[in-house]
Write a protein that binds this ligand. Structure first.
Ligand code: HEM
Ligand SMILES: [Cu+2]
Length: 495
């Protein structure tokens, strides 16, 4: 039987590039969190920066957080996928390089050019600012997104190439022979299955995103080049929905790889696992209309599709992952340290974050809830506790000097603070949503301000906890991943 592991040369270059990604992520994440805190403080009437600044920060925060979540997911995926397939180091660096160029363009468009049309850059807003920003500012913002998108396309094409070289086809790297035929115990490991799924959906999403960005850039300078606004909105949400969902499907690879190392129990891709990843590969592409349920101009079947498939997609991967994690951990005598605790918390955060989306994905509910803070309440739960929790788990794993090192009391306190403060922060969003407080309002009515204040306080505490995680990671940089790449567990065939 063939082994799935492929042992790359233990090289310093790969380690340096993953760490460069993570340092970038840490710095931008912290900055974006501070922007988020400032927005919440504005709503809470603790500070007054004015609507224009609020929307500039909101634009940066929305685009920046989504981009950084993608970068963090890519670092996790690349780090572990390298055990099984031969990935290009040059392309991985190129993606980071393009990301940084894009960030500079976006910062220039927003902070210097005052673009504040939100990350959604809905047509025709960027080109019709009524004097609030110039064509150039809109072009810098959208051009920056395009450059970042091109980097990710390159990265995914390289991953696609490497998967096909090793496995022959996506069908094989998704484990279809084992799913639809006899399970010979030789299915590709979870990391390979997840990377295949993400590669397929993200290439589709990024191509749609890049296409609409290019059309809108042309339209900025050649206004007679008209775009159907409904089509533009559909393409933007298809891209945005797929990209942000892909971040957690990449980051969850940390769970698949690290928990087994802690318990010495391999995470095998069984039929149920393979079936849920294959099903989600398709469903993630078809549920984006759940963002458009209020757009009555779309055909009805399209919206019903978003509702129904959204229901069906909410659970499979989450359930196989949660169940799998419980089976790996149950009576394993696992050592609970910062990495394993954060990874476990991230699964809980993911599960908790899906619930409000499930509710809001119901057409009748959506009419009432959609443009309220309920929605930021949902996605901050699964992104902050889920994706970002996985990221910090990965950072602690890489930074841990050796397996016997005990975590300091400060770190453990920061863990509990992160959990409680994140829940508090997201619950104030959800509660405000339940009270019909609209989202994306710089100024809040006096009745809403008490929730905003509590939310701002919790946001401050989240940042305090995150500061501990990040400083700990940065001070361990020199030794992080000394034994890189860590020995992978034996999978099928080698066990
Ligand atoms: C300390 C942590 C954070 C704070 C204080 C914070 C705060 C905020 C605030 C106040 C808003 C505007 C809500 C509204 O009134 O509509 C917002 C929106 C948003 N946040 Fe966060 N956030 C945090 C973390 C994150 C993370 C980790 C992510 C993603 C990885 C994220 C992604 C977003 C997105 C995509 C939006 C929507 C922007 C838009 O409506 O255009 N945030 N956040
Ligand atoms: Cu979505």
């Amino acid at each position: 039987m063939a082994s799935h592991t492929y042992t790359p040369m233990p090289d310093q270059g790969a380690k340096a590039s993953v760490l460069a990604y993570l340092v970038t992520v840490a710095v931008v994440l912290l900055l974006m969190m501070v922007f988020g805190l400032l927005m919440r403080m504005e709503q809470a009437r603790v500070i007054t920066m004015g609507a224009s600044w609020f929307y500039e920060l909101m634009t940066l925060h929305g685009a920046g957080m989504v981009g950084i979540a993608g970068l963090a997911g890519a670092a996790i995926m690349w780090h572990f996928l390298r055990q099984y397939v031969a990935l290009s180091q040059g392309i991985f660096w190129a993606n980071l390089f393009l990301f940084l160029i894009g960030v500079v363009m976006i910062l220039a468009g927003v902070l210097l050019g005052h673009f504040h049309g939100a990350w959604t850059f809905l047509y025709p807003l960027p080109g019709k600012s009524m004097g609030m920003w110039s064509q150039g500012a809109a072009a810098l913002f959208m051009g920056g997104l395009l450059v970042i998108g091109v980097g990710f396309v390159l990265l995914h094409l390289d991953i696609a190439r490497a998967l096909i070289v090793r496995y022959g086809s996506f069908a094989r790297s998704l484990g279809w022979p084992q799913l639809f035929g006899h399970d010979d115990g030789n299915a590709p490991p979870p990391t390979v299955v997840a990377s295949t799924m993400v590669t397929i959906v993200n290439i589709a999403g990024l191509v749609a995103g890049a296409s609409i960005l290019i059309m809108m850039l042309v339209n900025l300078y050649v206004p007679s080049f008209n775009i159907d606004p409904l089509l533009a909105k559909g393409m933007i949400y298809f891209f945005g929905h797929v990209f942000i969902n892909a971040t957690i499907y990449m980051a969850v690879i940390a769970v698949y790889e690290i928990l087994p190392r802690y318990t010495q129990r391999p995470w095998k891709s069984n039929k149920v696992f393979l079936a849920s990843w294959t099903a989600s590969t398709l469903m993630v592409l078809f549920i984006f209309p759940h963002h458009l349920l209020m757009d009555f101009a779309f055909p009805e079947w399209f919206l019903i599709m978003g509702h129904v498939i959204g229901y069906m997609n909410a659970f499979p991967i989450l359930v196989v992952t949660g169940y799998g994690a419980l089976m790996i951990v149950y009576r394993s005598g696992i050592r609970w340290d910062m990495a394993s605790m954060l990874l476990f918390l991230s699964l809980l955060g993911w599960a908790a974050g899906v619930m409000p989306a499930f509710i809001d994905g119901t057409i009748a509910v959506n009419y009432v809830m959609h443009n309220t803070l309920w929605v930021p309440g949902h996605f901050h739960t699964y992104l902050l506790l889920g994706t970002v929790g996985m990221l910090f788990g990965f950072m602690y794993y890489l930074g841990k000097p050796d397996e016997h090192t005990q975590d300091a009391l400060l770190d453990r306190l920061a863990f509990w603070l992160f959990m409680v403060a994140s829940l508090g922060f997201t619950l104030t969003f959800l509660f405000s949503g339940k009270e019909s407080v609209p989202r994306r309002y710089a100024e809040h009515l006096p009745e809403w301000v008490p929730y905003d204040r509590i939310g701002a306080l919790f946001a401050l505490l989240v940042i305090a906890a995150v500061l501990v995680f990040i400083i700990r990671f940065l001070t361990r940089l020199g030794r992080a991943g000394r034994d890189y790449p860590r020995a992978p567990l034996a999978y099928a065939g080698t066990a």
